[in-house]
Design a protein around this ligand. Structure first.
Ligand SMILES: Cc1cc2nc3c(=O)[nH]c(=O)nc-3n(C[C@H](O)[C@H](O)[C@H](O)COP(=O)(O)OP(=O)(O)OC[C@H]3O[C@@H](n4cnc5c(N)ncnc54)[C@H](O)[C@@H]3O)c2cc1C
Length: 466
């Protein structure tokens, strides 16, 4: 007799496992199916966590090499890449095992295997030895995430032509690395390998990096990365990639029609990710997809079938772990008859380079397009005492507020700990705060957060320290 569950979540990433835990907390008999052999999805296994671990370790390596400028002599600094990778892998293992513990603690049944629909109320699970288990379900949440996309006709071998997954486990520092695509994943990986000694070249089709980011921030970001030694080739289209003796040759054509070949040891293709719906048998049960092959859902994350829902990277919206998590909680609460909700206007985005870049809400470009009148407040970290004290004065905080009501509409930061500072603005925006609310809130001294307060003051041209 097949086991029966009230809700089954397919996919154990940040969307899926968080959703399964919340469902169980709400009293549902819940199962979570994950095919990769460890929980945590892209984020914990081949995304957020290993990349942040390498960003941190490579930054330490870089910092330590420059300590003698600050009067700290520590002798020759050597890189042991294998040990560094082990340290990253250890962080991943601890966290993925932690998620397994959390599922157990919350009485979620964990199935290791690939799930697919037999019917809309029957899920077949195939493990890595091809053993099949059938379970019966009332409701199903699809949280199968996404995978890297390549360029047409080019396949990842994860040795020479790599996706972010391969770039997280290179066995040697490449002499020369080409990164196709100037989005946040490419720039984070480029920073890692540049700090460890690679000559890094970013080839980007557009005239700016990090598409969708406030343009003023993205051009400051590019300037800073250039100073750090990363090379940019903007408005270059990649026409082909061929393996060579050295590694690979990337052929490009720029906007003026000039052709150029880049020889390199490793090429990272970082041009986006595609939703993961293969093998679920969605056609058989009739779940509708959109033009980008994402699962179509309504505002309650319900597909066109009454008992099938979808969340995270596999549906529309920014491909971010915290967006997937919040959707996981919201759909669980909706199923329980509560009012689960995700505010898509206040989802922060962070790039974990040094300095960090963070943004939330509308960019200046979006406000112009929407014909919304706005005021700008800006404050440079050069004038922030904490940043100056530790020689981290690069970057600034920019707050955009409604011209009439002063309500904060967006904020864009580049500077030290920007990824932490953005949380203050997220809370302010959730509460519908004005820039004056932030400006009148006491901020500890000396902290980086004072730059946020000063930017808020600057919205009404009354910053004190600039
Ligand atoms: C290099 C890199 C760095 C990133 N850094 C950040 C960051 O700093 N911050 C951030 O917010 N986001 C980051 N992301 C994005 C983030 O990882 C994703 O947005 C997030 O993991 C999406 O969560 P999800 O639960 O929707 O899907 P996923 O995390 O992709 O999880 C889906 C899971 O479903 C499993 N699965 C698929 N099909 C089946 C099936 N049929 N049966 C069973 N299991 C199945 C997959 O194996 C996978 O483990 C990064 C991504 C990458 C690649």
């Amino acid at each position: 007799m097949a086991d029966k569950f009230q809700v089954v979540v397919i996919g154990g990433g940040p969307g899926g496992y968080v959703c399964a835990i919340r469902l169980s907390q709400l009293g549902f008999k819940t199962a979570c199916i994950e095919s990769r052999g460890s929980l945590g999805g892209t984020c914990l296994n081949v995304g957020c966590i290993p990349s942040k671990s390498l960003l941190n370790l490579s930054e330490e390596f870089n910092k330590v090499q420059n300590l003698s400028n600050k009067g700290i002599e520590i002798g020759e600094v050597k890189l042991n890449l294998a040990k560094m990778m082990k340290s990253k892998d250890k962080a991943v293992t601890i966290l993925t095992k932690g998620v397994e513990f959390l599922l157990k603690k919350n009485k979620v049944t964990y199935f290791k295997g690939t799930g697919s629909f037999k019917t809309k109320n029957e899920i077949l699970i195939k493990d890595d030895k091809n053993k099949e288990t059938l379970i019966l379900v009332d409701k199903v949440i699809i949280a199968t995430g996404s995978e890297p996309t390549s360029l047409p006709g080019i396949e990842f071998d994860e040795k020479i032509i790599v996706s972010s997954t391969g770039a997280l486990k290179l066995e040697q520092v490449p002499k020369k690395m080409i990164i196709v695509g100037g989005g946040y994943i490419g720039l984070e990986m480029g920073s890692v390998w540049s700090r460890l000694g690679a000559e890094v070249h970013v080839v980007e089709f557009l005239d700016h990096i990090t598409p969708g980011m406030d343009k003023e921030i993205s051009s400051e970001f590019m300037k800073i990365l250039k100073k750090q030694g990363i090379n940019f080739h903007m408005q270059h289209e990649v026409k082909g990639i061929k393996k060579s003796k050295l590694g690979a040759t990337v052929s490009t054509i720029d906007i003026k029609g000039n052709k150029k070949n880049f020889d390199c040891n490793i090429v990272l293709i970082s041009v986006g990710r595609k939703p993961n719906t293969n093998g679920l048998n969605l056609e058989k049960i009739g779940v509708n997809l959109d033009e980008k092959k994402r699962i179509k859902t309504d505002k309650n994350f319900k597909t066109n079938l009454n008992n099938v829902f979808a969340i995270g990277d596999v549906i529309d919206g920014p491909m971010l772990a915290h967006k997937a998590e919040d959707e996981g909680i919201a759909v669980a609460e909706n199923i329980a008859g509560q009012s689960g909700h995700v505010n898509y206007d206040t989802i922060p985005g962070v790039v974990y380079t040094s300095p960090e870049v963070a943004s939330i809400g509308k960019t200046e470009e979006q406000l112009k397009e929407l014909n919304i009148n706005y005021k700008i407040g800006k404050f440079s970290f050069m004038a922030n005492s904490r940043a100056k004290a530790i020689n981290h004065g690069e970057g600034f905080v920019k707050i955009l507020a409604d011209e009439k009501t002063d309500k904060v509409l967006g904020a864009h930061l580049i500077g030290p700990h920007a990824g932490e500072l953005i949380a203050e603005i997220a809370i302010a925006m959730e509460f519908g705060a004005s820039s004056e609310d932030i400006a009148r809130t006491c901020h500890a001294h000396p902290t980086f957060s004072e730059a946020v307060k000063e930017a808020a003051l600057s919205v009404d041209k009354r910053a004190i320290h600039s």
